[in-house]
Design a binder for this molecule. Structure first.
Ligand SMILES: *Cc1c(COP(=O)(O)O)cnc(C)c1O
Length: 256
């Protein structure tokens, strides 16, 4: 039933993510079912964990074509997360008739801050003051303040971006003073593991860092943590955004 169709030369075809939903009502229905399944997974954890926070779904659409994003939007999904800037800008043009809330979740290079400041509502992946300063300077005056999460390298992995826990407080207090930004909270990608207890431990430490910053006087309300495979542990520890790619759109062409 699904007609695989690559949208970008050089990417391996994937029968789910690369198909054209406009030509394929079955695919559009499958997207709605997958999103509803995420909603159910979140609800199950919240009821078991007495969670009080609201948890929103950020649909991670890196490598996903515009038609599949349009189909997800038709299911009611409004917030989409991107990590490849050039791809994201092209899809923003293709989808500018929709009221999508765009989130940038990838590494931010200094020479890319202007388009990010101009074209996104949120950046989840700030880990350096210099990047935050540029985003603040370049955020257009007519737009609301840019929502910022600081990425924390919670498991101290050499391969990962993010500020180390001991450097977080100083960075957060500096960023909180920047005029065109609104510091909302923390983002983290823990060390991958299948063990629920280890996942929970990492997410708990992120929440404790957030609580400590709040005690220091910062008004933070956002924990961006949890992906397709560990969202249960993240929601139980207070996630307000879960960033879900694979469980909505299928396996991506390359592992990243
Ligand atoms: C790709 C990506 C995700 C989505 O991961 P899945 O396992 O596909 O749900 C979440 N967060 C970030 C920062 C990502 O780069």
């Amino acid at each position: 039933m699904i007609d695989p169709k690559t949208w970008d030369e050089g990417t391996a075809p994937n029968s789910f993510a690369q198909a054209d939903s406009a030509q394929n009502p079955t695919l559009a229905a499958a997207l709605c079912t997958r999103i509803e399944h995420i909603v159910q997974r979140i609800a199950t954890v919240r009821s078991g964990a007495n969670a009080t926070q609201e948890t929103h779904i950020l649909a991670v659409s890196k490598t996903v074509n515009a038609e599949n994003m349009r189909a997800a939007f038709a299911c009611g999904q409004r917030a989409f997360g991107e990590s490849y800037l050039q791809d994201a800008l092209l899809k923003q043009e293709a989808l500018n008739d929709l009221g999508i809330e765009w989130h940038f979740i990838g590494p931010v290079q200094a020479n890319k801050t202007r388009p990010i400041a101009e074209h996104f509502a949120w950046v989840h992946s700030v880990d350096r003051l210099r990047i935050a300063e540029r985003l603040s300077q370049q955020r257009p005056a007519e737009l609301p303040a840019l929502n910022i999460c600081i990425q924390v390298n919670i498991d101290r992995e050499a391969s990962k971006s993010g500020v180390l826990p001991e450097d977080l407080s100083a960075l957060a207090h500096r960023i909180a003073t920047l005029p065109r930004l609104r510091l909302r909270g923390l983002m983290a990608i823990p060390r991958p593991t299948d063990h629920h207890e280890a996942q929970a431990d990492s997410f708990r430490r992120v929440r404790e860092l957030q609580e400590s910053l709040c005690r220091e006087g910062l008004a933070l309300d956002t924990l961006s943590m949890g992906m397709s495979d560990d969202l249960e542990a993240a929601v139980a520890q207070g996630a307000t955004w879960v960033r879900i790619g694979t469980a909505i759109f299928g396996t991506r062409p390359s592992s990243d």
